[in-house]
Design a protein around this ligand. Structure first.
Ligand code: CS2
Length: 477
């Protein structure tokens, strides 16, 4: 492309599109780099009408970026040897829920739609992170209980299922793709609880006929930056305002339990269709997401901008391996999987220098992430009498991070639904901060908090006095 000339906008390929079979709530970069690509591959292999209507529950940005390109976009696989591009053309529309909630409900109630998938992040389920149950005091749930027009993801699911029941249609399958433990049961629980508060007969109908398969999703997909948009323009010679940048690896384990068995041929696209996802989920949440969070807090505090920069630092390369050594005894490997090999592969994925995954991005929403990423492992290690100094340092790292200032006294832009509470609860000194944060029962159930007090306090004193890098070196020495 000639320098200085604005490139033409990306347009969609001139081929027929499948009819809509899926509505997706929470159309972020991850789902466009992951689910959309699997659905395209499944249709290429075995056909079917599984076009997607995407829904943004908050901001119009994705819709505004994709609309001029008629919803097509570039998926960029970032290999260590260079990027590979592919045009993904599976979205039939993108709706912005706050602008037109009725259009979203109408799309979800359409009988052609057989799956409603979700990537609304941990906090989008409006649940209590420590228990997994619906939080009826969540402001969005309070609104949804007092209003027929929903605003939360559980609210949209319940109101759309209510319409399907009223129309004599079967429910859609609710396919959660968020990093939560037992995510199918969790979303089923919040939907049934909310439905019961609105109409008990509706809750019974959903309980009898609804399907909420559990899934384990995995593909590292950093947020797209302005620099990425420019790189893609150079690569494809056209302007794509919303490409997605991701690693080569992908893995999707899906509980094969859909309404009327109706689903795309995901196995043909490489997904693992299984009866029970728990072992995949535990392995991934604890070994990948657990260490991602550990590296994010400590790496950020040590001044590292990305995960690849963090593991390029020999101290953190050793530290993350120590974390895996502490996590593996608390994980039951899925059949045929070697946990040490899985850890080695994770290390290579983290080290991929083409992936600029910011520690700050992964550090977001820690209050919603910690329980399934770190606390489950810690609970099992405590019960078995195993020490976990590296994981306790990760918890201390989160505490230091959410206290709101870094090791140089600079303000940290902490993004978390509980950010204000966390900042107010933390104090300047390690002991006060540890005691106060451990008392937040929506994150730390009382039994775990009691056992964590001493080892987290020890890790915190090390962290506050010596800094993240020296503390990580010390717990691995
Ligand atoms: C990350 C995940 O942002 C985060 O919290 O840990 O998004 C992670 O990259 C994915 O789960 C990988 O599949």
């Amino acid at each position: 492309m000639e320098a200085g000339l604005p490139a033409d906008r990306l347009t969609r390929p001139d081929s027929p599109r499948p009819a809509t079979g899926i509505v997706h709530l929470g159309l972020g970069a991850f789902f466009r780099a992951f689910g959309c690509v699997y659905f395209v591959d499944a249709m290429q292999a075995s056909g079917g009408d599984w076009g997607i209507v995407g829904v943004s529950l908050r901001s119009p940005d994705t819709r505004d970026a994709l609309q001029p390109q008629d919803w097509a976009y570039t998926s960029v696989t970032l290999t260590p040897d260079g990027p590979q591009t592919r045009i993904i053309d599976v979205l039939n529309d993108v709706l912005v829920a706050p602008e037109d909630p009725e259009a979203v409900l109408a799309a979800m109630a359409d009988p052609g739609v057989r799956i409603v998938s979700l990537t609304v992040t941990e906090k989008g389920y409006c649940h209590n992170p420590a228990t997994g149950a619906l939080n009826p005091d969540h402001p969005d749930i309070v609104k949804d209980l007092n209003n027929d027009v929903p605003c939360s993801a559980p609210g949209y699911l319940v109101r759309a299922l209510q319409r399907r029941r009223a129309a004599g249609e079967p429910p859609f399958t609710v396919l959660t793709c968020d990093n939560l433990p037992d995510n199918g049961a969790l979303v089923r629980g919040v939907v049934l609880d909310l439905a019961r508060r609105i109409d008990p007969a509706l809750a019974d109908w959903i309980a009898d006929h609804g399907k909420f398969p559990a899934t384990m999703v995995d593909r590292i997909t950093p947020a797209t930056t302005e620099a990425d948009i420019e790189t893609v323009e150079t690569l494809i010679g056209r302007r794509d305002a919303a490409p997605v940048m991701h690693e080569p690896f992908r893995q999707w384990a899906v509980q094969d339990d859909f309404v009327n068995g109706d689903r795309p041929d995901l196995a043909a696209a490489g997904a693992q269709m299984v009866d029970n996802v728990t072992a995949f989920e535990d392995m991934k949440l604890r070994m990948l997401n657990g260490t991602h969070s550990a590296l994010a807090y400590l790496g950020y505090l040590a001044g590292h901008a990305t995960i690849s920069d963090t593991v390029a630092d020999p101290v953190f390369a050793t530290y993350v391996r120590q974390c895996w050594a502490e996590i593996m005894p608390a994980v039951t490997a899925p059949e045929g999987v070697s946990l040490p090999d899985y850890a080695d592969a994770l290390f290579d994925r983290y080290a991929n220098p083409a992936i600029r995954h910011r520690t700050w991005q992964i550090a977001m929403d820690g209050s919603q992430k910690l329980p399934q990423r770190l606390l489950g492992t810690l609970r099992e290690n405590i019960a078995a009498g195993r020490e976990s100094p590296a994981l306790c340092l990760a918890v201390a790292g989160w505490m230091r991070y959410v206290s709101g200032t870094d090791e140089n006294g600079e303000i940290i832009d902490v993004r978390d639904p509980l950010a204000d509470l966390l900042r107010e609860t933390a104090t300047d000194a390690a002991p006060g901060t540890v005691t106060a944060l451990l008392s937040l029962e929506q994150i730390f159930p009382a039994d775990i908090a009691a056992h964590l007090a001493a080892p987290v306090m020890q890790a915190a004193s090390l962290l506050w006095s010596k800094g993240a890098r020296a503390a990580a070196a010390e717990v691995t020495s």
